[in-house]
Design a protein around this ligand. Structure first.
Ligand SMILES: NC(=O)c1ccc[n+]([C@@H]2O[C@H](COP(=O)([O-])OP(=O)(O)OC[C@H]3O[C@@H](n4cnc5c(N)ncnc54)[C@H](OP(=O)(O)O)[C@@H]3O)[C@@H](O)[C@H]2O)c1
Length: 272
C-alpha cells in the first residue's frame, strides 16, 4: 500500500477534528498528514501528534494526493485561487464547506482536478461523525471515489448522496446535533428539577442517549414498538409519553428539519 499524503487547509473545529481522526490511524493506513492554517498556534496539539504544517496552501497541495478544504464557505474562492496552480488531474480536492456546490468548487479550482463535496457533522470531533459524500463530478474515477470513502470511513459513518440531496442531509444530520442537544437539555433540566446535580443529570442523560442510539442501530424493531415496550399500561412512562404527544414533539421535529431545509435552499440561492 503506497503512502497517501493528505493536506488539510484550515485546521479549525472541523479541519482539526478530521486531522485528529486521521492522525489516530496514520500508521495503520500509511497516511502522511499535512496541514496549513492562518494561525499555526491553533494546530500545536496536532503537530505534537505528527501533523506537518506547511507555510502556504499551495506548498501543502503540491505535496498532497488529497487536498481537504476546511475553511469557512466565504473563504473557499480565495483559498482555491491561491492553491489551484498546485492541482493536477492526479490529485483529489475534497471540500467540507457548507453550501458550496461541486460546480463552484470546479470553477474556483480551474477544473484542474476532480472534486468531492462532503458534509460532516460535529460528532466528527469525537470520531462519531456522519458524513455525506457527493460524487457528482464526472471527472471522478471509481478508484478515486473508493479512496475518499475509505478516508472518511475512518472518521465515522458515510453515505453517498447526489448533490440535490445535500441540503436535505444538512438540515437533518448536519444540523442534527442542535436538535439532539436541545432535547438533552430538556431532560437534563428535568433531572435538576428532580434534585439530581446538574453534572449527574447531564451524565445520566448522555448515557441514556448513547444507549438508545446503540439500540436503534442494532435492532430492526420499529421505533414506536421500542417506545411502547417501555410503557407499561397504567405505568409512569405512558404518563410522560402522553405529555409529549399532547405537545406534538414528533411533529415539531419534522417541522424543524423542514424549516432548516427551506432556509438552506434560500441560502444557496443567495438570499442573506
Ligand atoms: N463546525 C461544524 O459544525 C461544521 C459542520 C459542517 C460543515 N462545516 C464546514 O467546515 C468548514 C470549517 O468550519 P469550522 O467550524 O472548522 O471553522 P473554523 O473553526 O473557523 O476553522 C476554519 C479554519 O480555516 C483557517 N483559515 C481561514 N482562512 C484561511 C486561509 N486563507 N488559509 C488557510 N487557513 C485558513 C482558519 O484559521 P484561523 O484559526 O487563523 O482563523 C481556521 O483554522 C466550513 O466551511 C463549514 O461550513 C463545519
Amino acid at each position: 500500500m503506497a503512502t497517501c499524503t493528505i493536506a488539510c487547509i484550515g485546521c479549525g473545529n472541523m479541519g482539526g477534528a478530521m486531522l485528529g481522526g486521521w492522525l489516530a490511524v496514520a500508521g495503520k493506513r500509511d497516511y502522511r498528514l499535512l496541514g496549513m492554517t492562518r494561525t499555526p498556534a491553533r494546530a500545536a496539539a496536532l503537530v505534537e501528534r505528527g501533523l506537518t504544517l506547511c507555510g502556504t496552501a499551495e506548498e501543502a497541495a503540491r505535496q498532497a494526493d488529497i487536498v481537504v478544504l476546511a475553511v469557512k464557505p466565504y473563504q473557499v474562492a480565495d483559498v482555491l485561487a491561491g492553491l489551484s496552480p498546485a492541482l493536477d488531474a492526479g490529485k483529489l480536492l475534497v471540500s467540507v464547506a457548507a453550501g458550496v456546490s461541486v460546480a463552484r468548487l470546479r470553477a474556483a479550482s480551474g477544473g484542474r482536478c476532480p472534486v468531492v463535496r462532503c458534509m460532516p457533522n460535529t460528532p466528527a470531533l469525537v470520531g462519531k461523525g456522519v458524513f455525506a459524500l457527493c460524487f457528482d463530478d464526472p471527472a471522478l474515477t471509481p478508484e478515486a471515489r473508493e479512496r475518499v470513502q475509505r478516508l472518511f470511513a475512518d472518521l465515522g459513518v458515510c453515505v453517498e448522496l447526489p448533490e440535490a440531496r445535500m441540503t436535505a442531509f444538512s438540515a437533518l444530520v448536519g444540523a442534527g446535533p442542535a436538535y439532539v442537544f436541545q432535547m438533552m437539555q430538556g431532560l437534563v433540566q428535568a433531572g435538576a428539577t428532580q434534585g439530581f446535580s446538574w453534572a449527574q443529570s447531564r451524565e445520566l442523560v448522555a448515557a441514556l442517549f448513547e444507549g438508545c442510539a446503540c439500540m436503534a442501530r442494532q435492532e430492526a424493531t420499529p421505533l414506536m414498538e421500542m417506545r411502547d415496550n417501555v410503557c407499561s399500561p397504567a405505568g409512569l412512562t405512558i404518563a410522560g409519553v402522553n405529555a409529549l404527544d399532547r405537545a406534538g414533539l414528533t411533529g415539531l421535529l419534522v417541522d424543524a428539519v423542514l424549516a432548516a431545509e427551506r432556509r438552506g435552499h434560500e441560502m444557496e440561492s443567495g438570499k442573506a
